[in-house]
Design a protein around this ligand. Sequence first.
Ligand code: NAD
Length: 296
Amino acid sequence: MTNILFIGLGNMGSGMCANLVKAGHEVHAFDLSAEAVARAEAAGAKAVSTLEGFDASGIEAVVTMLPAGKHVTKVYLEDMPQSTPKGTVMIDCSTIDVETARELGKGATERGFPAVDAPVSGGTAAAEAGTLTFMVGGTEEAFGLAKPILEAMGKKIFHAGGSGNGQAAKIANNMLLAISMIGTCEAFHLAEKLGLDAQTFFDISSNASGQSWSMTSYCPAAGPVPAAPSNRDYKPGFAVPMMLKDLGLAAEAAGTSGSSIPLGEHAKAIYERAAKLHGEKDFSVILPMLNAGEVE
Ligand code: NAD
């Protein structure tokens, strides 16, 4: 049993926090939203109403699940309780930019807190089911401390290398997902225009060299994969603004690292248009956009 402070109880964090409780950890839960804290308390966590007044002297691990780099920076540099004991492992599961992750990891380590960036793959359903995939960056020592805690929230845990490498794996993976989803949507669009129905094209391509996760697990055309958002009017799932956020991080990282990502940049432009027209929909909404002539 580990004594954990969990910060950020939103769509993802609430399920992750509940799974830590279920695994027998003592979890102290904080969010800026009192409603979110009350939900965590109902799931068995101990409510923390302010970080300032919280006695963290018994804490062994801090898990954060926050929207973006600026929120994690604020929590790490301003809000973390002074009483947090040296040696406490810092586990940031948010998706943030690689540079900020590396700076925060280095700073925490220098202050005596082993730290990992541990972004996740899998959405809210995986967060609730405890089946997330974690991509972890940090030293062997920090990874060793974080792993048993991550195991309560996920099924697959990868050590991607040093600090920031978890975020690097996450954004490169999601850039590939965006490109492959757009490609899959274009293929269904073209096949239908040429007279093939979606099921026929799926049956062929999912058994041929066009096969991908976007096709066989998350088919953007309604019918072939019953659980896919295409069967419920593209209700997310993984919403367009989330994909756009990750493509923005990929573009930023490409700029700072001198990488060339022409298709990643083009995918970002297409998701910018999707965010304007269908911001509340799943990221597979590109297929109906192509059918409606909304993407050029
Ligand atoms: P969310 O907006 O639902 O939750 C974020 C929570 O953080 C909110 O409850 C907010 O009140 C809280 N918060 C913000 N600043 C805070 C602070 N200073 N102190 C305490 N709490 C604070 O977001 P989410 O969907 O849970 O996503 C969290 C992270 O996970 C993001 O980085 C996102 O990119 C990533 N992610 C999300 C999904 C998904 O499907 N939702 C999938 C993979 C990764």
